[in-house]
Design a protein around this ligand. Sequence first.
Ligand code: URA
Length: 440
Amino acid sequence: MTPRVVELIERKRDGGRLTSDEIDALVQGYTTGDVPDYQMSAFCMAVVWRGMDAKETAALTAAMVRSGERLDLSRFGRVVDKHSTGGVGDKTTIVVAPLVAACGVPVAKMSGRGLGFSGGTLDKLESIKGYRVDLTTAEFVAQLERIGIVVTGQTADLAPADGKIYALRDTTGTVPAIPLIASSVMSKKIAAGARAVVLDVKVGRGAFMKDLTSARALAKTMVAIGVAHGLAVTCELTDMEQPLGRAVGNSLEIAEAIATLRGEGPADLVELTRLAGAEMLRRGGRARDRKGALARIDRALEDGSGLAKLRELVAAQGGDVGMVDDPSRLPRAPRVETLRAARTAYVARIAADEIGIASVRLGAGREKKGDPIDHRTGIVLRAKVGDQVERGEPYVDIHVAGRPEDADAIALVHRAFGWSPRRVPRRRLVLGRIASRPAA
Ligand code: URA
């Protein structure tokens, strides 16, 4: 006989273990509405404090996959997916997915919206007029078949338990727990039918994982879950102390992604794109080694085939390709405020979380689920950590829409920068890698 839900909560609260059947009953009960929100939130809080072992985490993931449909994309070969645990200025998907698809590896990606200070790929893509992020499962599969790339929102039938539990965690202070994050990310990847997944676990003040030790623990947990479900998984651990690239804010990030596909991207975004793209090619079985994979990604950057693939993606999903051809047509804020250096100095810090919060205040992000956003606003960093800025020179542009919160946001951006009179080393972007074996 299955114990009552309250007994499961109490056992976890007291540091005990749940069986796979118990976890499955809890998750299916919550999906159907038999288990109420207050019990699931109490359970999540117990997990935040007590954790879950590997077996429980695997059972939780499997239960979330079982709560909905699981796509079978095997007829397309080795479909690869990529996912970032979220950060500030992270537009990598918009660059890397077309590059990898242009190299012949099918990319099927279900992305999310921004929440709190992290941006979301769907919000960024919606800066392009008409771009649809609500494809049905049938449309998702048909587009993958036709052009080998699809980037849309999660369909309601895939891992619905995750959608429901994530919304609950977001409002009950129960997001930061490794078993909950790992099962949430991996259940969606497994349900969406990918055979291989390249994960970018962000580390630092602009990420869920503030230090390398917890990032490694999350990465190991996700790799183990993937392997148990027959997926090849690579986790790159990358820096999120400062924002990625220069642009933060939806239209601004799309423009930067397009510039990168034209070979004019900022160094850190190009580095991450090459790294993730090459790994996706290897995991997709299109390159035998890293060197060959990197050469193919570089070719797709140089010959314009990556950019052509982005155009194809935008057209297929109803977007205005004219905005890809001419990014000055993307929505633009009415005014740009520029901050200038008070004295000649090196940039020592750009606090990613503060820049992210400032972008939310400007209207580029949302405080709570469902809030509207302004695609035009955001921040462009003219200098990054390690750069020297001369007295009186501009170091950041703030694209404002004339909201009452603008002054507050500008003050936050000002505070996010730290300065040093002495030379400061550039930050290392790639901090580590944890991966399943090639044969997985
Ligand atoms: N991203 C997810 O999809 N789920 C989490 O729990 C955290 C980040």
